[in-house]
Design a protein around this ligand. Structure first.
Ligand code: F6R
Length: 608
């Protein structure tokens, strides 16, 4: 998805903008550009393809004098990825340049209106209407022009604007698209993502919907939609620069897989004190929890699959119905949600458009909302009634790994916490499960250590056309995420099935040498999954089984076996997923794929 950055200060702007854009590369993009203001003239450089091309064109920014500028990485939505459609976009009089994240939904009507008034359009983008509206409304006061322009826009936007008449200033505006201001000394910044800011400042202001801001080297003033100044809190960014960089690993994805024990520990350990789970960021009291009649979990993609894994733990321990719903479906389903529903919203980025919309829909129907989010100050975190952060640190690879395992870990904590509050668990079981949960980071580390040879196995399983992932119950939840990991980064068609469903149709597809990844960590129903392994073997499948250490029953059935450490069944998803993440990674590597930036995908899906 698109990314924006901006700078005003006394240093050369272009190198800072380019560095910021490089930090946003992980979000996925197809073109990039910068606009720098120098001597009351705006110089724009934009290119299709990588930021490296932009660096080459501008000699790493050295060829662009000027200390104020804006930059953008574009992920095409309206119009092909071309130099012309890349941002920044200029006004016809050359006075304004604009960068934009999001989608202007009423751009066709605005475009027609502006064309009739004589404005000339260069691109096919929705964004270009913004710069011409500003030009139309400008009469010497940029602030007023931004207010009037914002009032005409429907949809989502994070905007950055520069103007030759106000050469030290940058204007920004936000509606339903992330925007963060970086507070410096004698210089200030903005970006759509804190990763672009951490090298320069740790002091950040998170903008809210409807707000806009005037940024100079020495001041930041944030305004409400009516143009009145609002007090904003300066938050401290705790992510370190190192964790936003590769640190010697070939890919961010591998680094982030390896970081999971630390990420899960950082997420759960501070919330366990003196034998109790403390979720003091929430007000989920015993009275409240016993007043609800169901829990709905909503999310997209891997976060949705994290919800599927969490459902088993919550239902098992709390004995309350848990529905897991795709956010893009829930929002349009006229959902049966009221004040007796607790809605749990899972999102790494906190900015996924469908998840935000589903959450708002459910909030309007009376649900209490609990967000599980990684990015501090993100829209979902700010909109929810309560937020439990996953302390995974920045996740850069497009395919989530530590985002997923930390989400699952928070659901485990929640399950145990709620069961205790609701009086659905005895002290002995609570204490035993809590002790087990504390070992989760260690078990994840063991799962990583036990699978260092998975790269060899990937040599056997790469280059195939399709794979099936099967499992039952908790194993099925992991199969869903395992298949998604495989398809999104290695481009191998991978499907997951509840193992018992195979014989209801899918088994027709199983032929000689068809790879089937069989998840068998759930002891209670292992015999059943083993029968399914026998069924697919009988049709010639090549079976790679994942099971817990020392389970030798499977060895004689499967062609290959991956072991993971044994852990309480309801907590096993966070451990079991590790070898599947590694397998997807190494198969993708064998297939020669761009692992951190898979084709057609973006890190943060901020459009519907
Ligand atoms: C897959 C992946 C996506 C995200 C999904 C939701 O590896 O990363 O499926 O899980 O786009 O994103 P968040 O969690 O940011 O809401």
């Amino acid at each position: 998805m698109c990314g924006i950055v901006g700078y005003t200060g006394s240093q050369k702007a272009a190198p800072i903008l380019l560095e910021g854009l490089k930090k946003l590369e992980y979000r996925g993009y197809d073109s990039a550009g910068i606009a720098v203001l120098n001597n009351k003239v705006i110089e724009v450089n934009k290119v299709t393809g990588r930021i490296a091309n932009l660096c080459e064109r501008t000699a790493d920014g050295k060829n662009c004098p000027g200390t104020v500028g804006i930059g953008h990485t574009r992920w095409a939505t309206h119009g092909a990825p071309t130099d012309t459609n890349a941002h920044p976009h200029m006004s016809n009089d050359g006075k304004f340049a604009v960068v934009h994240n999001g989608i202007i939904e009423n751009y066709i009507a605005l475009r027609e209106e502006l064309i009739q008034k004589g404005y000339r359009f260069e691109s096919q983008t929705d964004t270009e209407v913004v710069v011409h509206l500003i030009e139309m409304y400008y009469n010497g006061d940029l602030k007023k022009a931004v207010i009037k322009t914002s009032a005409r826009l429907q949809g989502s936007y994070a905007l950055g604007v520069v103007c030759t008449d106000e050469p030290e200033k940058v204007y920004v505006a936000r509606e339903a698209s992330p925007l963060i201001l970086g507070v410096g000394v004698g210089e200030n910044y903005f970006a759509s993502d804190v990763t672009a800011l951490v090298s320069y400042t740790r002091n950040a202001i998170y903008m809210d919907d409807g707000e806009f801001a005037e940024i100079t080297p020495d001041s930041i003033t944030v305004f409400n939609p009516a143009g009145q100044p609002v007090e904003k809190k300066i938050s401290r960014i705790t992510w370190d620069v190192g964790s936003a960089e590769k640190g010697g690993y070939e890919h961010f994805m591998l680094k982030e897989i390896i970081e999971q024990p630390r990420a899960v520990k950082a997420t759960i350990a501070p919330r366990i004190k003196d034998g109790e789970i403390i979720l003091d960021e929430t007000e989920l009291t015993a009275d409240y929890l016993t007043s609800i009649n169901k829990i709905v979990i909503t999310a997209c993609g891997s976060a949705y699959y994290a919800g599927c894994a969490g459902k088993y733990a919550i239902e098992k321990l709390c004995r309350i119905p848990v529905q897991v719903e795709l956010a893009s479906e829930l929002r349009y389903s006229d959902p049966l949600i009221d004040e007796h529903t607790l809605l749990i919203v899972l999102s790494q980025s906190g900015e996924t458009a469908d998840t935000i919309a589903a959450m708002k829909e459910c909030k309007n129907r009376g649900a209490t909302t609990l967000a599980v989010v990684n990015v501090v100050g993100s829209t979902i975190a700010n909109t929810a009634d309560f937020t439990l952060y996953t302390w995974a640190g920045p996740e850069i690879a497009v395919a989530t790994t530590k985002g997923y395992s930390t989400q699952v870990s928070v659901l485990y904590l929640f399950a145990l916490y709620a069961a205790k509050k609701m009086n659905r668990i005895d002290d002995k079981l609570y204490n035993d499960l809590l002790e087990c949960l504390k070992t989760l980071p260690k078990k994840i580390q063991e799962a990583i250590d036990m699978n260092s040879a998975i790269s060899t196995l990937a040599k056997k399983y790469h280059g195939v056309d399709s794979m099936f992932f099967i499992g039952r119950n908790t194993d099925y939840a992991v199969a869903l995420e395992g298949a998604l990991k495989m398809k999104e980064i290695s481009y191998v068609h991978a499907e997951s099935y509840a193992a018992g469903e195979l014989k209801h149709g899918t088994i027709a597809l199983v032929e000689e040498h068809q790879p089937v990844i069989a998840l068998c960590c759930n002891e209670a129903i292992m015999e059943k999954t083993m029968s399914n392994i026998v069924e697919v073997k009988a049709r010639g499948a090549e079976v790679l089984a994942v099971t817990f250490k020392d389970n030798h029953k499977i060895v004689s059935l499967a062609d290959d076996v991956i072991f993971v450490p044994k852990i309480e069944m309801i907590f096993s998803a966070a451990v079991e997923i590790i070898p599947l993440q590694l397998l997807a990674y190494y198969v993708a590597k064998e297939n020669g794929c761009d692992i951190d930036k898979p084709k057609n995908l973006a890190k943060s899906v901020t459009v519907e």
